[in-house]
Design a binder for this molecule. Structure first.
Ligand code: ADP
Length: 447
């Protein structure tokens, strides 16, 4: 096992990885930007290194500075968390070339499965249901039109390198396709550095349900069940739960097997998530794969008792999977609310000094955060300040527990979306488990 791991990230996920390392007896190196000197991840790590100014291109995405920190501190492996360099195949490759383990999949895995158009092809090859659409990136507007006519409107144009809910455009009519094609292409180039776009059928009122997988270097694979992530704003998740309230045992099994088929066929290694859209008839189609740990991994940990981050570290160190599919058992129900520093009505970010930060506790409640009272949330990064995760015997108990946990939370000095999360907990459709990716529009109208 590694003796020392560097965490190339910040905020709650850096704290999460440090905790896993601590429990495994691994020493930790935190890296931080000048804006993050007071963050908890700096305090919790055994060593901490400043890697540059606030701007993430100069710090958390600065490969040279991160590798220097790893070399100076003799770290044998780097955990990239999510975001920043987590899905950068080049970074994974550079790590390997200087003899440092990248805790995650192989560079080739990231190159193929991290590119949405290539991942669609890989899923198709593996016999996994894929939404009708382009076989690879679109050549031109003419090809887009031909495919759209074949698939039938509405369709969606997506950036192959897209992420974070950005780089997507829904098209309802033939007349609007031409303009949308060129706009999507130039937006993709500007935002993701690649103008490659592809087209797929737009599913009306779907649910986003994803499968967590773990794979070792010898090709053994298990899935850890599903996460329901349909509560989204602008295609970004804000609440997740496991298991999904709508899946039947039969569909759950089929989705798990589809995810495993894809992982095996793509020779994918380490932890990953296979994302599907599920329609009202419970037909599921692959949309993309996330080749890293996800924000919502704790709901899976709660219902399986499996520590996803420790598994990532063990698998990267070359250990074999120490479980078979039949060993993965699901107990109870878990919900995660993402607490964001933002105005609950306008969604405008609300960084600044936190004067009060009372977290919930009690049975079945977990909070992941890098924030504390007196801390100033810098304006340079995403607005996630904490994740509240609850686990209950049943979905009803988990909802009651989350409502109670949100009531106990007191965050002052900044605005948060706790009022919005409370409204979701009280919503009769949410409580019945009847919702789709459009659910939040009733509380958060799109501008
Ligand atoms: P990202 O990588 O930016 O998260 P995804 O491909 O995972 O993008 O899609 C994010 C969300 O966008 C989905 O959860 C869903 O709500 C919506 N979406 C994506 N593709 C489609 C589609 N073909 N039909 C309907 N909604 C879609």
């Amino acid at each position: 096992m590694f003796k020392k791991v560097l965490i190339a990230n910040r905020g709650e996920i850096a704290v999460r990885v440090i905790r896993a390392c601590r429990e495994m007896g691994i020493r930790t190196v935190a890296v931080f930007s000048k804006a993050d000197a007071d963050s908890l991840h700096v305090r919790y790590a055994d060593e901490a290194f400043c890697i540059g100014p606030a701007d993430s291109a100069s710090s958390y995405r600065n490969i040279a500075n991160i590798l220097s920190a790893a070399e100076i501190t003799d770290a044998e492996a780097i955990h990239p968390g999510y975001g920043f360099l987590a899905e950068d195949a080049n970074f994974a490759e550079v790590c390997a070339s200087v003899g440092i383990r990248f805790i995650g999949p192989t560079p080739e895995n990231i190159r193929v499965m991290g590119d949405k158009a290539k991942a669609r092809e890989a899923a198709h090859r593996a016999g996994v249901p894929v939404l009708p659409g382009s076989p690879g990136p679109l050549r031109d507007e003419k090809e887009a039109l031909k495919l759209a006519q074949k698939i039938g409107f509405p369709v969606i144009l997506k950036a192959a390198a897209g992420g974070g809910g950005r780089g997507m455009r829904v098209i309802h009519t033939e007349a609007s396709l031409g303009n949308a094609f060129h706009q999507a292409q130039s937006e993709a180039l500007a935002s993701f550095g690649s103008g490659e776009i592809y087209i797929e059928k737009y599913v009306v009122d779907p649910r986003h349900i994803e499968i967590q997988v773990l794979a070792d270097e010898r090709g053994a694979v298990v899935h850890l069940g599903e996460r329901e992530c349909s509560i989204q704003r602008r295609h970004q998740k804000i609440l997740e739960e496991a298991p999904s309230a709508v899946l039947t045992e039969k569909i759950r099994k089929r989705m798990g097997e589809a995810a495993i088929d894809l992982v095996k066929s793509a020779r994918y290694r380490n932890a990953g998530t296979v994302e599907f859209l599920v329609d009202k008839d419970l037909k599921f189609h692959f949309i993309e794969m996330n080749t890293r740990v996800q924000v919502e991994h704790p709901v899976t940990e709660a219902i399986t008792g499996i520590d996803v981050v420790k598994e990532q570290i063990r698998l990267s160190a070359g250990d074999s999977l120490d479980m078979k599919q039949r060993d993965v058992q699901f107990v109870g129900h878990a919900i995660e609310c993402r607490i964001n520093a933002e105005d609950p009505d306008t969604f405008v970010p609300s960084p600044g000094r936190v004067v009060r930060f009372d977290l919930p506790g009690g049975p079945g409640v977990r909070v992941d955060t890098a924030v504390y009272a007196g801390y100033t949330i810098p304006p340079h990064y995403d607005s996630l300040v904490a994740k509240v995760i609850v686990h209950g015997k049943t979905r009803d108990e988990a909802i009651a527990r989350m409502s109670r946990a949100l009531d106990e939370s007191r965050i002052e000095g900044i605005k948060t979306n706790i009022p919005l999360q409370r409204k979701i907990m009280a919503d009769p459709d949410f409580r019945r488990g009847k919702y789709t990716t459009h659910f939040l529009e009733r509380y958060a109208p799109e501008p």
